[in-house]
Design a binder for this molecule. Structure first.
Ligand code: G6P
Ligand code: MN
Length: 441
């Protein structure tokens, strides 16, 4: 197997140590010749590198390591870009979550006014920069983008680049499949071939086939209703996520036909969720005081004794594992099946061709080959079309610098009850986003 070069863009992320760990532990699946770390926040990137340096040197002494804020150095001669940026960092995530909550609406990283619209419009130019660097310095590279909000970002990269050599992908379906496989007593999430339709963070599993071709969904549904979700990966196990898995059972009770993506809780119970959330302490605060603090504490250990410091090598998150496997499937044309975000083009026959949908696909060296799904029932179609309109309007607002489109994007979102509220939220978001957003008029 020829060796590959990977650049992690947004290397200052709390998820980067886990991704580096996966990359080096999976060196048989995706052998590396070079690992580049790139971020606009030099200090944060070096903090991550300090933590992982010993592990990199131990596991992969032969690879070339580049740590840089210079796009040319980072993006030249690479085969894959793992793009996972967070424009405005966790501080802006906090704003996205708090502002809608001030008006009684769901405040969430990727959902609703703060997620799809605020973070969406903010993320687009940052992701475009990365794609342009990749296309300029390594035109054949594949960009695996899991920068959020992935649904909005995918729509924007569709319009700007026709998603040429760009694969938009999210870890949530894989994390859920991991849980399902454990619950069914199967050794790996790969022992399941799911059928699935929807948008990113807005979809449903319709079949859960095992390798014998039996649909295990009815059995799983029963298990979930009787015993709840048994969550497997480290990332999705903390207190907030456990609350989500509790809600998950509620969705299955109310809508037992299919098995949902956990993010549907924010839309199907938006008022209950908002009522339950604290506008002065959101998920961002917990991430800042949890995952991020742990990373800083780890760095303090490094600073105390750099020469003898050992990188921590417990498994960090599921993010890394599946993204490395997905890259390997593209690199070596392995034709493995993943849930990915692609332009519909008939994959879900009764949704618009130009919707960016999340469906299963085989990953080939020339890109994803989506697996078509049966037409979807009215309830799901209505929900998806409304959400998709919100996401498309957010991208319109970005391109057209249009206040009106941004207002419509928020007003049509299921998490927002009225135009009066939509306008109040939008005006606050404009102020909070400052130069991250184009000037809307
Ligand atoms: C899941 C989603 C990601 C999202 C993350 C948030 O993994 O698929 O898109 O960013 O959850 O998790 P956090 O722990 O940061 O709230
Ligand atoms: Mn996601």
């Amino acid at each position: 197997m020829d060796k590959k070069a990977v650049v992690i863009a947004g290397a200052g992320s709390t998820h980067t140590p886990g991704i580096i760990q996966s990359l080096l532990q999976k060196k048989n699946e995706l052998p590396l010749r070079k690992l580049a770390l790139y971020d606009i926040d030099e200090k944060r990137m070096h903090l991550v590198y300090d933590i992982m340096k010993q592990f990199i040197e131990q596991e992969a002494p032969d690879i070339e390591v580049v740590v840089t804020t210079d796009p040319e150095k980072a993006f030249t001669d690479v085969d894959f870009v793992f793009a996972q940026i967070r424009q405005g960092g966790l501080q802006m995530r906090r704003q996205d979550e708090r502002i809608p909550l001030k008006y009684g609406c769901v405040g969430q990283e990727t959902c609703g006014a703060g997620g799809s619209i605020s973070y969406g419009i903010r993320s687009i130019p940052g992701v475009f920069d990365l794609v342009r660097y990749a296309k300029k310095y390594s035109p054949d590279a594949w960009i695996l983008n899991y920068s959020n909000p992935a649904a909005v970002v995918a729509e924007a990269t569709r319009r700007e680049f026709n998603n040429d050599h760009i694969l938009n992908i999210c870890d949530m379906p894989t994390a859920i499949l991991l849980s399902y496989s454990k619950m069914l007593g199967l050794p790996s999430w790969r022992d399941i071939d799911p059928m699935y339709f929807g948008l990113n963070h807005f979809g449903w599993f319709t079949k859960i086939y095992d390798k014998q071709g039996r649909d295990r969904l009815p059995e799983l549904r029963q298990m979930i209703l009787e015993h709840g979700m048994a969550v497997s990966d480290k990332h999705h196990k903390d207190k907030d996520w456990m609350h989500t898995w509790g809600q998950y059972v509620k969705i299955v009770k109310d809508y037992p036909e299919y098995l949902p993506n956990s993010y549907l809780q924010y839309y199907l119970y938006s008022k209950d969720m908002a009522d339950d959330m604290d506008p002065n302490w959101t998920r961002a605060d917990n991430v800042i005081n949890g995952r991020e603090k742990e990373m800083f504490a780890e760095h303090d250990k490094y600073l105390a004794d750099p020469a003898n410091y050992k990188s921590p090598v417990q498994s960090f998150t599921v993010f890394g594992d599946f993204i490395v496997d997905a890259a390997a499937s593209i690199a070596y044309n392995k034709c493995e099946r993943y849930l990915v975000i692609v332009e519909n083009n008939g994959a879900i026959p009764n949704l618009p061709d130009d919707a960016m949908v999340e469906v299963p696909a085989y990953l080939r060296s020339w890109g994803p080959e989506p697996i078509s799904q049966p037409a979807i029932p009215t309830f799901y179609k209505g929900l998806i079309e409304e959400q998709n309109a919100s996401e498309k309007l957010a991208v319109d607002a970005y391109y057209e610098h249009s206040y009106q489109k941004a207002l419509e994007a928020i007003a049509i979102n299921k998490t927002v009850p009225s135009t009066t509220v939509a306008r109040q939220i939008l005006d606050d978001l404009i102020e909070a986003n400052g130069n991250y957003w184009p000037t809307l008029s």
